[in-house]
Design a protein around this ligand. Structure first.
Ligand code: FEO
Length: 169
C-alpha cells in the first residue's frame, strides 16, 4: 500500500476516535442540562464514530499495513447555547468530509482503486452526516425557541437507535 495513503488512513483512525470523543462530550453537555434526547442522539453519534475508526483500522490490517495508535486530543469546542453545539457538530462534519476527500485524492493519484472503492462508502456517509447535522439545526431553529417545542424535539431525538454500519471489511 502506498505510504502516504496508509499514513492518511492511519491518521483517520485517530480523527474518527476524536470525533467519537467530541460527540461524547456533546452528550455529556446535554445530559448535564437534562436534555436526555439530545444526549442520546450524540451518544449514538459517538458510537458511529467509533465504528468509522474501526473500519479504517480493519482496512489497514486487511491490507497488511501497520497501524499506530496515537493520543486522542481533548475535545475542544465553545460551550455556548444549544444552537452553538449543533453548529459545532456541522462544522466538524464538514472538516471530516475534507479529510475523507484528501485521502480519496491521494488514493486516486497512485491509482489505488481498492482504497477508492472503500472510501466511496465514506463519501456517501459524509453526505448523510452533514445532512443530519443540518437537519438538527433546522429543527432547532423551527421548534427549539419555546419550551414545548424543545421538549418535543428532545423526545424525538430520544427515539434514535444505534444501527451498525452497512460497510464490512
Ligand atoms: Fe466519521 Fe461523523 O464522520
Amino acid at each position: 500500500m502506498d505510504k502516504k495513503v496508509a499514513d492518511l488512513i492511519n491518521q483517520q483512525v485517530n480523527k474518527e476516535f476524536y470525533s467519537a470523543y467530541l460527540y461524547l462530550d456533546f452528550a455529556n453537555y446535554f445530559a448535564a442540562k437534562g436534555l436526555d434526547g439530545f444526549a442520546n442522539w450524540y451518544r449514538i453519534q459517538a458510537q458511529e464514530e467509533r465504528d468509522h475508526a474501526m473500519l479504517f483500522f480493519d482496512y489497514l490490517h486487511h491490507n497488511s499495513a501497520p497501524v499506530t495508535l496515537d493520543t486522542i486530543d481533548k475535545p475542544e469546542w465553545e460551550r455556548g447555547d444549544i444552537m452553538d453545539v449543533l453548529k459545532a457538530g456541522l462544522a466538524h462534519e464538514e472538516y471530516v468530509t475534507s479529510l475523507i476527500n484528501d485521502i480519496y485524492d491521494a488514493a486516486q493519484q497512485v491509482k489505488d482503486f481498492r482504497t477508492v472503492q472503500f472510501l466511496d462508502w465514506f463519501v456517501k456517509e459524509q453526505g448523510e452526516e452533514e445532512a443530519n447535522a443540518n437537519d438538527l439545526i433546522t429543527k432547532m431553529e423551527m421548534f427549539g425557541t419555546d419550551a414545548r417545542g424543545l421538549y418535543l424535539l428532545n423526545s424525538e431525538l430520544k427515539a434514535r437507535v444505534y444501527v451498525a454500519p452497512s460497510l464490512t471489511i
